[in-house]
Design a protein around this ligand. Structure first.
Ligand code: NAX
Length: 328
């Protein structure tokens, strides 16, 4: 059997952590022949709860689970890590301005970036889930100059999966019939789910829909505000679906995307599609051999252009704000 891969999960005692850890332990992140060693990072007050989750993981008797360490120190958490899932973040609370939120998260993602830089394995892959995910990823990346910049990614796969599901429902077809969905921009209400480049059973999804009103007034806002809809219904924010998306993101990054399809990932821009270089923005990507590439040459119509520009504009503002705060 293969040597275990070290997987670090921050915010392990939180609700996404609870849904995520069992799926990692069962082999759904890296494959059924790949043992994993879990490293759980929590704040001191939540270490005991993380230990409780670890007891339950033990009770899963997962054949692929080679060990669990629980720590409250970032340096220890990322020492030798191969896959880092940065889930723990500071949520926005009542009366909190954006600057306060960015600053509080800077206090988390700066030291975590430094710890990744100091000790992570050479092949480390990083997924930031904790919001504001794109900008938190940018902060961590800025403090890890020795790690290739493209290893820092942010999660927009939940938005991608939500868009697939909503489009499939509209067309009365299984999600498996839909390919080439794209989320552009920020993981926020400005994100742009693009069906103009999507396909249903090999044909144009936009032509199959042929309903601009639905696109603008139902589909896009529904996908972009789905998080609020879940909170309203469930009384708590998305957890299992977010964990599912994190599994999908890393699984596809490591194992590759299917031929004839792509996925959405928040990745550092290389200037493609007019997105300023260095911003961590969502793009259509294909993954091969453990690396991803931004899909090139897609047609961007005027409607898409203005939506992408608006979301990228927001990312630029967030970057400028964290720059002003000295966080990058
Ligand atoms: P919870 O509040 O249930 O859990 C967060 C956990 O992080 C807590 O246990 C807390 O103690 C821990 N934590 C806080 N600071 C930490 C630090 N410095 N080091 C280690 N752990 C720390 O939140 P949960 O529902 O699990 O959501 C986690 C994050 O995911 C939030 O920021 C949330 O906004 C974000 N989401 C991102 C999504 C995406 O698509 N990118 C979707 C789902 C989710 O909303």
């Amino acid at each position: 059997t293969q040597a275990p891969v070290n997987v670090t999960v921050t915010g392990a005692a939180g609700q996404i952590g609870y849904a995520l850890l069992f799926r990692i332990a069962s082999g759904q992140l890296l494959g059924q022949d790949q043992p994993v060693r879990l490293r759980l990072l929590e704040i001191p007050q939540a270490v005991k709860a993380a230990e409780g989750t670890a007891l339950e993981l033990e009770d899963g008797a997962f054949p692929l689970l080679a060990g669990i360490d629980i720590v409250d120190d970032a340096k220890q958490a990322f020492d030798g890590t191969n896959v880092a899932l940065l889930v723990g973040a500071r949520p926005r609370t009542k009366g909190m301005e954006r600057g306060d939120l960015l600053e509080a998260n800077g206090g988390i993602f700066k030291p975590q970036g430094e710890a990744i830089n100091a000790g992570a394995a050479d092949d480390v892959k990083i997924l930031v889930v904790g919001n504001p995910a794109n900008t938190n990823a940018l902060i961590a990346q800025a403090h890890a100059p020795d790690v290739p910049a493209e290893r820092f990614t942010a999660m927009t796969r939940l938005d991608h999966n939500r868009a697939l599901a909503q489009l499939a429902k509209k067309l009365g077809t299984p999600v498996s019939d839909i390919k080439k969905m794209t989320i552009w921009g920020n993981h926020s209400a400005t994100q742009y789910p693009d069906i103009f480049n999507a396909e249903v059973k090999g044909g144009s999804a936009a032509e199959a829909v042929n309903d601009q009103n639905w696109l603008e007034n139902e589909f896009i806002p529904r996908v972009a505000k789905r998080g609020a809809e879940i909170i309203e219904a469930r009384g708590a924010s998305s957890a299992a679906s977010a964990a599912n998306a994190a599994i999908d993101h890393v699984h596809d990054w490591v194992n590759g995307t299917p031929e004839g399809d792509w996925v959405s990932m928040g990745v550092p821009s290389d200037g493609s599609y007019g997105v300023p270089e260095g911003l961590i923005s969502s793009f259509p990507v294909v993954c091969r051999g453990g690396a991803y590439e931004i899909v090139q040459g897609l047609e961007i119509n005027d409607f898409s252009r203005s939506r992408i520009d608006a979301s990228v504009g927001e990312l630029t503002e967030e970057r400028d704000a964290v720059r002003k705060l000295g966080l990058i």
